[in-house]
Ligand binder design. Structure first.
Ligand SMILES: [Fe+2]
Length: 455
């Protein structure tokens, strides 16, 4: 299958070379035949011209002899004899040239010699006739002209007729040979063209068949790929749903140890999503805040306090004031959360998600002015995702009921966010969050009926 196009190419190439070579050879052959035919017809046409010329000169000479018998003065005798001599010389030249064109041993040469012999005899009798005419024996001279010389003229003409006949036969024979070669060449050309046409037809049929097979194979392959892609997509979506539910479940479990119903996870994820899109629309950190980044951040937000799994219930659920050691234990959840995400999720989740989730967990208690924990990062050294998470986490903690406090009114909570801009929070993000107040209030009204811990 793979080599068929090459084979077809070679077949077409060979057919083309054979066909073109055959046509060139035929053209050369026809050219040679045509040249030969032209040469033969030219040669015999020239012979015919000489015989015609000889006939005409012979009749002229015969007329001059006849006129001589009718003359009656020396002046006339001399005039006719001179003209006759001149004509005789021309006739001799013509016979010489015609003789030079004869092929030795050919039948034409034989009749030529007979014609020439009769011509010589004619001339001899013409001299005799001139003699009788000069002596005044006009009747004898006329006898020679009518009965002797005319017989030789007839013999000359008969042999010239035979020579012309041979010439015409040669021309017809040459023409027949030429016609035969032309017919052969024509048949050969038809065979060559037919062979080329047959090869091209076969090649085209191969090409059509191959193309048809390739199309069928391509269609089958596309359908197979489409089927597998659909199955993979369904599987991926299923895995994603399981994964998200697992993450949410884990986060809820952790939050429930803290005395929360699990709505904190849902609300903080929503604030994070709203604030991230608001930042994106404002053009803030446009190189980071893509739709993909925001999707991963929203998915990672529920994991921000996963480090609390290592904090004892007695500390997490303590209603009174924490001791210094207890507070340090609480603070350790940030670094611990980053470590857990990297250790547990490495190889399961994609790297971008792990990086964002680990940054959110380990840095969501860092502060813009550098007074946060665990690393004391400040400003833009704090990952963007953690700066967004910090606002959402604190805001929801303020308006939520905890074992150690009552929920704070919204005005006070937004007031604290405003006051903390530039100290605790990224001032740009804090300003954007305040700009979302109406949307947040609407969201909280819609979810308040199901959340007894809110306010
Ligand atoms: Fe936390």
């Amino acid at each position: 299958m793979k080599n068929i196009p090459l084979k077809i190419f070679i077949m077409v190439l060979i057919s083309g070379i054979v066909g073109v070579s055959g046509m060139i050879m035929l053209k050369i052959n026809i050219g040679n035949l045509s040249d030969g035919y032209r040469e033969i017809t030219s040669e015999y046409s020239e012979n015919k011209r000489y015989t015609l010329e000889i006939r005409a000169l012979l009749y002229r000479h015969q007329a001059l002899v006849a006129n001589h018998t009718a003359a009656d003065s020396e002046e006339k005798y001399s005039e006719y004899e001179t003209a006759a001599k001149k004509t005789e010389n021309s006739l001799c030249d013509m016979f010489d040239e015609l003789g030079g064109r004869m092929k030795s041993g050919d039948r034409s040469e034989k009749v030529y010699h007979k014609a020439y012999s009769s011509f010589i005899s004619y001339l001899q009798n013409a001299e005799i006739a001139f003699g009788f005419s000069r002596e005044g024996s006009k009747a004898t001279a006329d006898y020679y002209i009518v009965n002797v010389m005319d017989d030789y003229v007839k013999k000359v003409n008969a042999n010239l007729d035979a020579l012309d006949g041979y010439t015409e036969e040669e021309i017809v024979a040459a023409q027949n040979v030429m016609d035969g070669h032309i017919r052969f060449s024509t048949v050969s050309a038809i065979v060559c063209i037919s062979a080329i046409a047959a090869s091209v037809t076969v090649c085209l049929a191969f090409c059509v068949r191959i193309t048809s097979n390739l199309e069928k194979y391509k269609d089958a392959l596309e359908k197979d790929v489409e089927r597998k892609a659909e199955a993979l997509r369904e599987h991926s979506e299923k895995m994603l749903r399981i994964q998200n539910n697992t993450i949410i479940g884990m986060a809820n479990l952790i939050e429930s140890r803290d005395g929360d119903t699990g709505e904190h996870v849902k609300r903080t994820s929503r604030y994070v999503n709203m604030l991230a899109f608001a930042a994106k629309e404002s053009g803030y950190c446009a190189d980071i805040l893509t739709d993909g980044y925001i999707e991963l951040l929203s998915k990672a937000a529920p994991m921000h306090d996963i480090g609390k799994i290592s904090v004892p219930d007695s500390i997490l659920q303590k209603p009174g004031k924490l001791t210094g050691d207890e507070f340090e234990s609480i603070k350790s959840h940030a670094a611990e959360g980053g470590r857990i995400i990297r250790d547990v999720m490495s190889g399961i989740e994609e790297k971008d998600y792990i990086d964002i989730a680990a940054d959110v967990a380990s840095c969501h208690h860092e502060k813009w002015d550098g007074t946060g924990y665990p690393l004391g990062l400040s400003g833009e050294d704090i990952p963007l995702c953690a700066r967004i998470m910090a606002i959402a986490d604190v805001f929801d903690a303020l308006i939520s009921k905890r074992c150690y406090k009552s929920p704070m009114p919204l005005d006070d909570a937004f007031g604290i966010i405003e006051e903390s801009a530039g100290t605790h929070f990224d001032p740009t993000l804090a300003r954007l969050f305040l700009g979302l107040r109406k949307d947040i209030e609407n969201y909280l009204k819609n979810t308040a009926a199901d959340d007894s811990a809110l306010y």
